[in-house]
Design a binder for this molecule. Sequence first.
Ligand code: XMP
Length: 315
Amino acid sequence: MFDPEKFVTEAVAELQENISGMAIIAASGGIDSTVATVLAHRAIKGQLVSVYVDTGYMRKNESEYIRKMFDDLGIEIRIVDASAEFFEGLKGVIDPEEKRKVIGEKFIRVFERVAAESSAKYLVQGTIAPDWIESGGGLRDVIKSHHNVGALPADMYMELVEPLRDIYKDEVRKVARYLKIASAERQPFPGPGLAIRIMGEATPDAAEVIREACAITEEEIENAVTDGKMEMPWQYFAVLLPVRTVGVQGDVRAYGYTIAVRAVQSIDAMTAAYSKIPHEVLDRISIRITNTMKEKVNRVVFDITNKPPGTIEWE
Ligand code: XMP
């Protein structure tokens, strides 16, 4: 049986042992990096700079959410708006692995700038076991080079410290609950953010569309769960497809993009089953998305693929 208390004690001791100067932590607000931030804060408070990077591919109102969450945890967080850099780096990039590499590299460059200012020699990351197993760390083929593992540039000068690298998502959740982290129940959000929920080029415009679609999907599903209409999915979001289809807006022909709604049940992200969302909830999601973004989106589909054969994200 996994014992969160024991894990925390050991992880804090190990962090103290491994870090002998200033360190920065990449806090994305997700459960993994928030747990890693709290552990590092406990271990080396005075030597730690916690940074949140707004990549331009974050969820709606995320910076405000992050500031409040870390305020509540008593941790000072530095928010860096690097969206222009990320948008520039992803110009013309279509391939999902290439996106992860560019994003991984941009993250590191931002962290290096922050690290240089504080003379940090260590980078703490919330990488968990499935991240590096799926990135080819184990005996398996590379499925996706999760951006915080496979895509680190070779010339990075900071030493990586990964306090969660041996545990799985359900265990991270137990640790988060034990640490009383408010966002313990928050669904996972991938490191590369909304960029990998945009099939094709992740332009600033596409980021706006998918941000809104994800926000509507999350809100409608959360409301339906609160109203007892369905079980809370493990992860739920929207994907922007580069497919344009013909539709009608009023009595005028429209030619807009397609949004796919994805919701899954899972324990540890290694396998997943698509959520059986009631049709009335899907209805509301579809109507709201197409009403809110009339000029851009005129079709919404629901993904009924399990993992395997699909993965949870589309890229
Ligand atoms: P897949 O899509 O591989 O996702 O079934 C499994 C879980 O990992 C998340 N995910 C990522 N997380 N960097 C991350 O930190 C990534 O590059 C990445 N790709 C997928 C995904 O959201 C799901 O929870």
